[in-house]
Design a protein around this ligand. Structure first.
Ligand code: 6R9
Length: 665
């Protein structure tokens, strides 16, 4: 089917910050030609305790491993504070009574409104308490909380003190949480009694207890303080949890925060001081702590929020992502608050109590800007149009998507059914590592093609490399790389700068390697083709094949495992695991073994990593040097064994036949 080009609707173009393709092209060219002029002008709106140095010192970098260690810095010499710019600045400008959060709980009817002034007061109280516990500049704090206002408030309190926070998605298992805590040795863990997600109750405090027990026993890492928010709306009472509080370590939030003063001096930090770490999966080894800076990240998150959502003060914005992911950092906590936006903070899931929840909430608050993931769009699409059309949705102006490639059918449904064909869709390609949008339409400027992330954002210079590492000119496809630094890019991997260089800069010297494949068409539009490394994108969440494999071989009956992605109609990709059992067990084993292995993965990583298929493999296809041939496994998993390709390098070609037999019909 030929690609239809959709022009931005007139009402979106009118009054947009960038209202034509020509204007985008101008601004884009300017941003590359004069980075200091472009980013400096944007940064003027923020408060700086000390202004950045202009000239040569403004932005420094080395992007080429051949020339030495990789380093990137922006706004050198400047001093600022992200929390101050999110809160104090707006209050000082007379916007204290403006709402920043309309909280919608998991259950319909649970709601609250927070203003900028109220949030500032609360953040100061949290910061004062943290300070009283010895948390200061450069100290680590781990946050394991659901989507309640106290989660962004805790992130901001850390930022106020210059403490480095690490949010762990409250759906990760105790073992995953333990791994992330032990990597940072935090002075404090902030959590919550429990949460209700859809119809399910999850006792988060118990998961934290388990994680800390693992650390106490196995790693001799001791967390001195655990702050526990009593989340009444979860339906789990304080009394039910109280007995499990560890004396001297655990305290109830409600017992210590309310008495703190509502003023707390800001700690000014250097432009390049770290703001947070966020753990993400890669192709090898343990998840890595992606380190983000203060000033560059602040400007990148705010600028993309302003231009990609064409944000204006009357807008009501809603991003459904959890703060446990980068999207929740940049487009729930920081981008919107920096720009002073009113937004919905949503604790629930799009299908609870029914598939109309999102549109009901959109109508309730007259949401104008809505941002979600393709997996949610496909889920809602499968539930039927009636859940959408029942609601008005006339306030919507811009619909965003992020996390994985959006298939054109889902794009069209989002555009036509949800958006009444009267919205701009922004398909935003970016990563935990990039901190902010990289390739995306601007809603009032960029003609849209369903399934394409379109054109680069200001200051971003992508390229496509072929197998030999040469740049593809004009239309073509290959590896997506970025040619120069942008302000919000990651600065390092926590505690392991060599891994940072190895992962992102060693494949193609002089380029940042994204891990994605992409195609560029005759109009210069980018089409993201998905990961080219061993990362599986399940419902927009990155899972390393190595992590799942190591969870599986952690089970006493599993000798070896190889995990590959398979296409999935809702989740985008699903996890497909080939498992070799210990010698002496007959294939197929008892059904209980499969259940135990699945449970093992859920325990080691979390429910998001649940394998959809366990395929018994008495032997795995390997080369003579012992490398598993994942290409062959992928074809078997996706039932394309007629396209196995060259299998002559297999050490034992017979294994393929056995695998096909064990797969059955
Ligand atoms: C923001 C986020 C990053 C990976 C990335 C790519 C995929 C994200 C996409 C997309 C196609 C888009 N991805 N957005 N692919 N189109 N609009 O998701 O960060 O969790 O680090 O994932 O997600 O494969 O490399 P993260």
């Amino acid at each position: 089917m030929a690609t239809t080009v959709h022009q931005p609707p007139e009402h979106v173009v009118k009054g947009a910050h960038v209202d034509s393709l020509a204007k985008y092209q101008d601004m884009y060219a300017q941003s590359l030609k004069d980075p200091e002029g472009f980013w400096g002008a944007f940064a003027e709106q923020f408060h700086w305790n000390k202004k950045w140095d202009s000239g040569e010192n403004f932005h420094k970098y080395n992007f080429d491993l051949n020339k030495g260690s990789i380093n990137v810095s922006w706004f050198n010499g400047g001093e600022t504070n992200v929390c101050y710019n999110c809160l104090d600045r707006h209050v000082k400008e007379g916007n204290g009574d403006r709402p920043c959060f309309f909280w919608e709980g998991n259950d319909v009817g649970q709601e609250s409104v927070t203003t900028f002034k109220q949030l500032l007061d609360q953040v100061c109280q949290i910061a004062n308490y943290m300070k009283s516990q010895g948390v200061g500049k450069g100290d680590d704090v781990t946050i394991y909380m659901p989507m309640i206002p106290e989660l962004p408030a805790t992130m901001l309190a850390c930022a106020r003190l210059g403490a480095v926070f690490s949010v762990v998605f409250a759906g990760f298992s105790a073992e995953s949480l333990a791994g992330r805590i032990s990597d940072s040795s935090p002075k404090m863990v902030v959590t919550c009694s429990a949460v209700k997600r859809g119809p399910k109750h999850i006792e988060l405090k118990k998961i934290v207890d388990e994680a800390l027990e693992i650390l106490d026993n196995e790693e001799q890492v001791h967390v001195p303080r655990v702050l526990v928010y009593d989340h009444k709306a979860s339906g789990v009472s304080r009394d039910a949890i109280h007995a499990s509080l560890v004396e001297g370590r655990d305290v109830w939030w409600q017992d210590v925060i309310g008495d703190q003063p509502t003023e707390c001096e800001v700690t000014w930090v250097g432009a390049e001081d770290p703001l947070f770490k966020l753990y993400t999966s890669g192709s090898t080894g343990k998840p890595k702590g992606v380190v983000h800076s203060t000033a560059g990240y602040m400007c990148g998150a705010a600028a993309t929020f302003k231009y990609v959502f064409d944000y204006k003060p009357d807008d009501v914005y809603w991003c459904t992502a959890d703060c446990g992911w980068i999207t929740g950092h940049s487009y729930v906590t920081f981008g919107p608050l920096l720009m002073g936006a009113k937004q919905i903070l949503f604790e629930g899931v799009p299908t609870y109590p029914d598939a109309g929840r999102c549109w009901e909430v959109c109508d309730k608050y007259n949401v104008t800007l809505f941002y979600t993931a393709p997996t949610a769009i496909r889920t809602l699409m499968a539930c039927g149009d009636q859940h959408v059309t029942k609601h008005k949705r006339t306030s919507l102006r811009i619909l965003g998507t992020v996390g994985e490639p959006i298939n054109p059918e889902a794009w069209r449904w989002y555009h036509e059914v949800v958006g009444n064909s009267n919205v701009s869709i922004v398909d935003t390609w970016w990563q935990t590592e990039t901190g902010a949008h990289m390739i995306t339409p601007l809603p009032g400027a960029t003609p849209m093609k369903p399934g394409s992330a379109t054109l680069p954002f200001f200051g971003v210079e992508p390229a496509i490399l072929d197998d030999k590492g040469s740049e593809v000119q004009g239309p073509g496809q290959g590896y997506l790389v970025i040619k120069r630094p942008w302000p919000s890019m990651m600065r390092s991997v926590a505690g392991d700068h060599a891994r940072f260089e190895q992962t992102y800069f060693s494949h193609y010297k002089g380029y940042y390697f994204t891990g994605d494949g992409a195609r560029r068409d005759e109009d210069g539009y980018y089409w993201i083709l998905g990961r080219v490394d061993d990362v599986i994108n399940v419902s927009g969440h990155r899972i390393g094949t190595a992590e799942v494999e190591s969870a599986l071989v952690g089970h006493h009956l599993c000798a070896e495992a190889a995990v590959v992605p398979v296409d999935h109609p809702i989740k985008g990709q699903a996890i497909y695991a080939f498992v070799t059992l210990m010698n002496g067990i007959d294939y197929p084993p008892d059904e209980s073994v499969r259940k135990e292995l699945v449970a093992q993965v859920r325990k080691a990583i979390g429910p998001i990593a649940t394998p959809d298929v366990i395929h018994w493999a008495p032997g795995l296809p390997k080369t003579r040097s012992g490398k598993i041939m994942r290409r062959v496994l992928r074809k078997i998993a996706s039932r394309e064994e007629d396209q196995l390709g060259d299998t002559s390098t297999l050490a034992d070609p017979g294994v393929v036949k056995v695998l096909l037999e064990l797969r059955g019909k």
